[in-house]
Design a protein around this ligand. Sequence first.
Ligand code: SF4
Ligand code: SF4
Ligand code: SF4
Length: 321
Amino acid sequence: MISKLLLILRIIVSVSALAIITMALTSIGCTIPVVAGWLERVQLMPAILSFSLVTFIGWLIVTLIFGRIYCSSVCPLGTLQDIAAKCVRTGRRTPRHDYHYSKPLNSIRYFTLIVVLTCLMASIFVIPSILDPFTAYARICQEVIKPLYELITGNVADTADTPWWSAAPFRMGTAAVAGASVAIITLLLVCWIAARNGRTICNTVCPVGTTLGFISRFSIFQIDIDTDKCIQCRKCEHVCKASCIDLIDHVVDGSRCVNCFNCINVCPNDAIHYWPRRKQLSIPMMQRIEELRRTPETSLDQNASNLNVSPKIDNTDETVS
Ligand code: SF4
Ligand code: SF4
Ligand code: SF4
């Protein structure tokens, strides 16, 4: 019940934040100025650039307690990725659409973060502006969504002598064309990667995600697998858009988990939770069983002696006694 509530709350907050930010940035529809202003102020990279220590430290504390809530609630690029991933999976539950665990690409993560920090210190803003998720989404809104909306509704062709094809986005200078090109490429790339592999961008090139990941791996509340209850059905792994559930070792990579709460809602045996406890009492035993399973050509006695456990196996409950 609580897991369902967390999931619903996460979806409502993230979609509302995305809608409000989009309306504010494009001037389409009626936004809520106070909320839109607040949502823009709590974005991490703009807060860092404007030396807003309160926002920065506030998010670090929230992350230390709850994990990467920022990535599952107020980041518009994160929600955009979720929507792209959901679009290709709705109604299709084939293995091709399942997510799978992958090892963290730490070298790319840290390299990108170092490049962004170096650029910021050298006052070079081109690369950070491309990699900062909020700036990238703001560019998409202003260079793609808004002109497209104007084109479709004909708002820019109000003057009688302005043909529709000379209106935005075609009526642009060189700088604007460059900006629009970056925005279009960003949008296509983000949606394509998200549709294929979920939150890969969040866990490889996003400097904000990498920074939060340093903290979230030590967060108090984490996704935790109860190895006494886990039946290895892999349902949680297949819905994990961050590809961070390792069912061999029964651990969840807290630095990559984006707190989407998908996993805790699909477990058939109530074995995965979001809580401050750690329930991995059987890990050594489960790992031994996994190793036994993965080496069928080796005799059971050999495996057992290698692992220094008794070879007796109780077939009824699959525990090594
Ligand atoms: S990792 Fe980056 S792009 Fe992904 S949700 Fe977090 S801040 Fe946004
Ligand atoms: S869904 Fe539950 S039972 Fe299945 S592998 Fe994940 S934690 Fe284990
Ligand atoms: S571990 Fe669970 S909550 Fe974290 S990203 Fe994966 S599915 Fe979402």
